[in-house]
Design a protein around this ligand. Structure first.
Ligand code: SAM
Length: 231
């Protein structure tokens, strides 16, 4: 059985597609999708030896070697161009997911959908999608075992489409999540506000330099943006 988080990711994968799950670790997601006939086949990519071995073990134990190819390598480098219809990158920071996409740009041709699940820093991904012509189609936020996760789905299209006038707040907080204001979303941003205010207090005690002044200004703007968004 998959975690609630990976279950939500699985539901966003195009039925009968070829999936590439990058940073697959134990390869639970591709195995689940094949076993439930959601996808035709999959590639599980891992850059670290330990998780690569555990992906191979899971696939062998389930006798899925003919459907799931486990490959060792950095990010999208494990893919041949045009090989995958859907790419999932889950359970990492948003900045790392963005870097994997950026370094692997050349492998994205033919990919129909990206399903990305950052643990933190989702704004890095939204900014990258805007700059690279991917349109955010759907966002989800959920809580499991006390942790809050976001899931972003994107397809090739008009990257500004979901943002409207609210680009800055939308990139930070999510153009779909923001108007929805779910309980989990409000909890996440109230927590974030508290941390930002604490950092602000610390900065106030720091020596007056151009650098601290600039940081203080930046923080104030971010705090105001979040407070306005939460209403
Ligand atoms: N995707 C699984 C999930 O969501 O449950 C596993 C998440 S695990 C926390 C992150 C995995 O990404 C680790 O196994 C790590 O080795 C792998 N990883 C990190 N950077 C990577 C990269 N550049 N290319 C491939 N895998 C990477």
């Amino acid at each position: 059985k998959l975690s609630k988080r990976l279950q939500a990711v699985a539901e966003e994968i195009i039925p009968q597609s070829v999936l590439a799950d990058i940073g697959s670790d134990h390869a639970y997601l591709p195995c689940y999708c094949v076993l439930h006939n959601r996808i035709v086949s999959a590639i599980a990519g891992e850059v670290v030896e330990g998780p690569y071995q555990s992906a191979k073990t899971t696939v062998e134990q389930l006798h899925l070697e003919d459907k799931i190819s486990v490959r060792k390598g950095d990010g999208l480098s494990v893919l041949a161009g045009g090989e995958a219809d859907v790419i999932t990158i889950c359970g990492m920071g948003g900045a790392l997911i963005r870097d994997i996409l950026e370094r692997g740009k050349g492998k994205l041709q033919g990919v129909q959908r990206l399903v990305l699940q950052p643990n933190i820093g989702a704004h890095n991904i939204r900014q990258w999608l805007i700059e690279n012509g991917w349109e955010l189609k759907k966002e989800q936020i959920l809580k499991e075992d006390g942790k809050i996760y976001e899931i972003l789905c994107a397809e090739k299209g008009n990257p500004m489409q979901p943002y409207g006038e609210q680009e800055t707040a939308g990139v930070l907080m999510g153009p779909f999540l923001l108007p929805e204001k779910s309980t989990v979303f409000v909890e996440k941003w109230q927590h974030e506000l508290k941390s930002l205010k604490m950092i602000y207090e610390q900065l106030n005690k720091a020596a007056e330099t151009e650098e601290t002044e600039r940081k203080r200004q930046e923080l104030l703007e971010k705090i105001a943006l979040i407070e306005e968004a939460l209403g």
